[in-house]
Design a protein around this ligand. Structure first.
Ligand SMILES: Cc1cc2nc3c(=O)[nH]c(=O)nc-3n(C[C@H](O)[C@H](O)[C@H](O)COP(=O)(O)OP(=O)(O)OC[C@H]3O[C@@H](n4cnc5c(N)ncnc54)[C@H](O)[C@@H]3O)c2cc1C
Length: 619
């Protein structure tokens, strides 16, 4: 019998419906554990899920402290981020030093030779690294957040763990290879294939992967490939499978090292696989489970980027505090001019909120029994977007020096403040590990999940008339109870009094969570199945939900810090919530009153070349 094959030509002709089907098949469909954000989109503020604020495990904290102290010292004394940026490489002694510290096995369990630390302390370590050098953070994070250790820990067999985890903990560099020239946000068009050998003992891997971080130096990587399709319920279903691939095997080749706007020191490349024989023991989790594995890995994997955002924001705050005092123009330190002060005040409040979001998500991930997929997606989206705006303001406050490189500043005798590099290094955070647009769509999909479960079959052309009648009745009954209850509530003034000055903000979150649930429902009724195409509408709903989550996280964290002797935290949370409320109001105001349709029309005309006349006058 001939071994099954995969038609790689057919894969590049993926329709929108096929792409959606692949994404849907990879979704985690069940909500078995509670989620604060899922409840929020359903109109219920469940502060009990995040307040009192969770705290790190004490035993874990005690073990983490000496490591974090040594790491901080190593970073201060041995990592020269400007040199890494200039020479476009992380010196081997830095990589070795990190290996010696155990920084390649932070979350790998002790029994496999790792440090066995929690997500929370892993994030603290990444925050330290990121605050000094983005490229070094990318090296460690591509290895541990998305590279081999995390999916192996979650889905590997005991044999796979024994074979790889001890080496990975000692510093065997790993990578994660999903992206291809035709596969960015949408994995359905994947052209890398793996077919079983006739004896079933191995798979033969062929294809090319793009932008694989650590790819040029990794010894082992998780590679996603299309495997032969399966027929499920009479329909052919595409399969994507994850493989553990060693780069020393015949047929694995680095064909190009990529060079980017920032993160100059990363070892990112194009990898080619030509008839690579992968033993069947190196399938990770199971045939056809690759995409689900990638998405599940990313649920916690993408928590590193929110932490990097905190690091960048804190570094910026330090820079503007110093410069805002030192730089005198028009007879005053620039920080005392209202326009600059407004930026600094807002930066401080937002930095507080970014840390609240990042820490809360890491602690919830460690707690277990909690579904963090929505929280993690919001943390990635929200923190990277807000930190980008903080960095932008920092460039503005530093004026011309914000645009000048650290090396140039140093050469002419000024303090080499690397704002220009921070900006270059940070920009990619809004694109990789789920771009901002894809995160919006992911959150929106999960936010409407409850409604789709109830009423979804009404929109499904494959559901027969009889079944639809039953679903319709069930839907009417469900909404007869659900909808009025999204208006009714215990009078707000009776709630949240233990939050003192912040109570009014939580009452706002409480009211607006019901408004959010109603708005989601109204949007579904108004646009029906076309809502999926109205991304700008969905994005505003997601933005409102994200702000409400950040407000709740900031209030919970402020109360914890105030109790621990940091009452100033209340002021930060208060200012953040004031700002966030305006953004929430703005998002709600534009859900149905907006310029989306004329804007889409102009975009279509631009794409069709009707406005090419506007492009004249450029050389
Ligand atoms: C420095 C760097 C490191 C990377 N490291 C890795 C790695 O280690 N492993 C790996 O596998 N990949 C890696 N990547 C790839 C990265 O994950 C992708 O760049 C990312 O997934 C986006 O894919 P794309 O660039 O092809 O953009 P595309 O998917 O082509 O998207 C282009 C734009 O269109 C938007 N868009 C796409 N689809 C939609 C939609 N349905 N609705 C609305 N907007 C949409 C996107 O948000 C984006 O703005 C890396 C990339 C870079 C630059």
């Amino acid at each position: 019998m001939a071994a099954p094959t995969v038609d790689s030509k057919a894969s590049s002709m993926v329709t929108e419906a096929e792409a959606r089907a692949v994404a849907e098949a990879a979704r985690e469909t069940e909500w078995t554990s509670p989620s604060f954000v899922a409840e929020l989109f359903n109109g219920r503020l469940r502060m009990d899920l995040i307040h009192p604020h969770p705290e790190p495990d004490q035993e874990d904290a005690a073990r983490a402290k000496p490591f974090l102290d040594r790491l901080a010292q190593f970073l201060r004394e041995r990592v020269d981020a400007d040199r890494i940026d200039r020479e476009e490489a992380i010196p081997p002694e830095v990589v070795q030093g990190l290996k010696d510290l155990g920084a390649f096995g932070i979350k790998i369990p002790l029994e496999y030779g790792g440090l066995g630390l929690s997500q929370y302390h892993y994030a603290k370590a990444m925050q330290l690294v990121s605050s000094v050098c983005g490229s070094t953070c990318a090296l460690l994070s591509a290895h541990q957040s998305i590279g081999v250790p995390q999916p192996l820990k979650l889905f590997g067999t005991t044999d796979q763990k024994k074979r790889y985890l001890p080496k990975l903990a000692r510093g065997m560099v790993s990578a994660f290879a999903l992206t291809e020239p035709g596969v960015g946000s949408d994995p359905a068009a994947m052209e890398t294939t793996a077919v079983p050998t006739e004896d079933g003992a191995a798979w033969v891997l062929n294809g090319e992967k793009l932008w694989c971080t650590n790819g040029t130096i990794a010894e082992v990587m998780v590679v996603m490939a299309r495997t032969p399709p399966r027929v499920v319920n009479g329909r052919e279903r595409k399969q994507i499978t994850a493989f553990l691939v060693e780069t020393g095997w015949p047929g694995v080749e680095v064909v190009h090292r990529c060079d980017f706007m920032g993160l100059k020191g990363i070892e990112n490349g194009v990898l080619r696989f030509t008839n690579v024989r992968v033993p069947k023991e190196n399938v990770l989790w199971g045939e056809g489970k690759g995409l689900k594995l990638a998405l599940t890995t990313l649920n916690t994997g993408r928590l590193t980027l929110p932490t990097s955002a905190v690091a960048a924001a804190k570094r910026c705050l330090q820079i503007v505090r110093e410069w805002g005092n030192a730089r005198v123009q028009w007879g005053r330190p620039i920080g005392r001019h209202d326009a600059v002060a407004q930026m600094i005040g807002s930066m401080a409040a937002n930095t507080f909120a970014l840390e609240a979001v990042a820490e809360l998500c890491s602690l919830l991930a460690d707690k277990g029994g909690y579904d963090i997929r929505l929280e993690a997606a919001i943390a990635k989206l929200y923190n990277s977007e807000r930190a980008w705006s903080i960095i932008d303001d920092t460039v503005q406050i530093r004026g011309g020096r914000g645009y000048e490189t650290a090396d140039s500043l140093r050469r002419r005798g000024e303090k080499p403040v690397p704002v220009e590099r921070i900006m270059r290094d940070f920009r990619i955070n809004l694109i990789f590990e789920g771009s901002s647009e894809i995160m919006h769509l992911f959150i929106a999909r999960e936010a409407v999940d409850r409604h789709l479960r109830v009423a979804g079959p009404l929109l499904d052309p494959h559901v027969g008339a009889g079944e639809k009648a039953v679903v319709l009745l069930r839907t009417v009954l469900f909404y007869a109870l659900w909808y009025p209850s999204r208006y009714l509530a215990v009078p707000a003034f009776l709630k949240y009094s233990e939050f003192g000055r912040l109570a009014k903000h939580l009452r706002f979150v409480d009211r607006k969570s019901r408004a959010l649930a109603r708005a989601v429902f109204h949007a579904m009724v108004r646009f029906g199945p076309k809502l999926e195409q109205r991304q700008a509408v969905l994005f505003r709903l997601v933005d409102a939900g994200s702000e409400l989550f950040a407000m709740a996280a900031a209030c919970s964290r402020a109360m914890m810090l105030a109790k621990q002797g940091q009452p100033e935290a209340i002021e930060m949370a208060d200012l953040f919530c004031r700002e966030a409320r305006r953004r929430v109001q703005g998002s709600f105001a534009r859900v149905f009153s907006n310029d989306d349709v004329p804007t889409y029309r102009v975009a279509t005309d631009v794409l069709d070349g009707k406005h090419a006349w506007m492009e004249s006058g450029v050389a």
